[in-house]
Every structure is written in C-alpha cells, then in structure tokens.
Design a protein around this ligand. Structure first.
Ligand code: THU
Length: 134
C-alpha cells in the first residue's frame, strides 16, 4: 500500500471522530512527517462558533506536541461532493511546517481526489523572509 493510501485510510478513520454538530460537515486530516510518523486531526466545533477548529489544525497541533515540525505529505477528506479545499487559515498553518512542493491530497469520502501542493494552495505566501530588516 502506498504512503498516500495509508494517509487516506487514517484520515477517513479520524473523520469518524469529528465533532461537527453545528455544520454537520465532518472532516479528517492526516499528516505524514519527514520522520515517517503520521498525525491525525478532525474538526472540533463549539457552540460558540468561532471557537471551532479545523481538522488540519488538529493534525498540526498533534504533530507539534509530539516534537515534530516537518510535513512531508498531507491528506484531507470530507463528506462533500467535490474534494474540499482547506480554508485560508489552514493553508497558512500548513505552509508554516511544509515546503511549497509538499503534496496535499484533497478527497471525498467516495474516493474522488485532487492532488495539489502547499505552494499551489497558498501562492505568494507570507513567510519569515518578509520580516527581515523590519
Ligand atoms: N473544515 C475543516 O476542518 N477543514 C477544512 O479544510 C474545511 C472546513 C471544517 C470547519 C468546520 O467545522 C466545518 O468544516 C465547516 O466549515
């Protein structure tokens, strides 16, 4: 089984744990780091709506909590008709820990996939270099 298929299975499994009673939109995210470890996240909504967190943010938090920093591949799956693109905030969060060439697969539960990259998701990304000399 390929690394990407492993990520898909893991993302589908963690999506089952999503807490999304307000949107009804369940999302799972799986991240493989450069060490080969896999970290998972699902969306966690809150009755105070802005306090909810995305699946990608959860997976990134788990990665950082485990002492890892470098994303090699990411996979996001949702119960949408078409592969759902990450929100703007999650694109920036991914870019913090991933090079532009890192593959990101967006998928539906039914198996449709769109393969893209961090750079394609966030062209012209703000980065640490933009603060040099400030
Ligand atoms: N959501 C994610 O978890 N990741 C995405 O890439 C898109 C949106 C969540 C946030 C919220 O809980 C629900 O989907 C509806 O926006």
């Amino acid at each position: 089984m390929s690394d990407t298929e492993d990520l898909r299975r893991a993302a589908l499994a963690v999506r089952e744990n999503a807490h999304a009673p307000y949107s009804g939109f369940h999302v799972g995210a799986a991240i493989r780091t450069t060490s080969g470890a896999v970290f998972l996240g699902c969306n966690v909504e809150n009755v105070a709506y802005p306090e909810g967190t995305c699946a990608e943010a959860g997976a990134i938090a788990a990665m950082v909590a485990a002492g890892e920093r470098r994303i090699a591949e990411a996979y996001v799956v949702a119960g949408s008709p078409d592969p759902v693109p990450p929100c703007g905030g999650c694109r920036q969060k991914l870019a913090e820990f991933a090079g532009g060439d890192v593959p990101v697969t967006l998928a539906t539960v039914d198996g449709a996939e769109r393969r893209t990259t961090v750079a394609a998701l966030l062209p012209g990304a703000f980065g640490a270099a933009h603060m040099e000399g400030a």
